[in-house]
Write a protein that binds this ligand. Structure first.
Ligand code: DGP
Length: 114
């Protein structure tokens, strides 16, 4: 069996994490190194290393994440203005290879991102 990912360990409670949301399919916790006043990582329980590894059978799960993310932003007081980021691959800034959405809000967010 594969070694659990860092985020699986957080979801399992084996590593401390500041959980803000969980359901049967995903969970969200605060980023350890926040880039904004709100910086939450929304993680599917299923380990998909990166977005480009998702398959057709993951469409419902990906849609679920897109439905949950605004609800987390809303619950945190940032429902009107937030950004979702998925880093896909090391060259795009991905460091943890368990798919996750960054939910970022609470400061002016420039475009294009760096
Ligand atoms: P990415 O670079 O897109 O793979 O994002 C990984 C994020 O995970 C990064 O913003 C920092 C965060 N992170 C790394 N280790 C931990 C940890 O142990 N706890 C928490 N809460 N976040 C972590």
């Amino acid at each position: 069996m594969a070694e659990p990912t860092l985020f699986e360990k957080i979801l399992a409670g084996d590593i401390p994490g500041d959980l803000v949301y969980e359901d049967a399919h995903c969970a969200a916790f605060r980023d350890i190194n926040p880039a904004a006043p709100l910086h939450v990582l929304l993680v599917p329980r299923k380990v998909i290393p990166k977005l480009s590894d998702a398959g057709d059978d993951d469409v419902d799960l990906l849609g679920h994440l897109m439905r949950v993310a605004p609800r987390i932003a809303e619950a945190e007081g940032y429902g009107d203005a937030f950004r979702l980021v998925v880093n896909n691959g090391a060259e795009a800034g991905q460091s943890v290879f368990h798919l996750h959405l960054h939910i970022i809000a609470g400061r002016p967010l420039k475009w294009p991102p760096g």
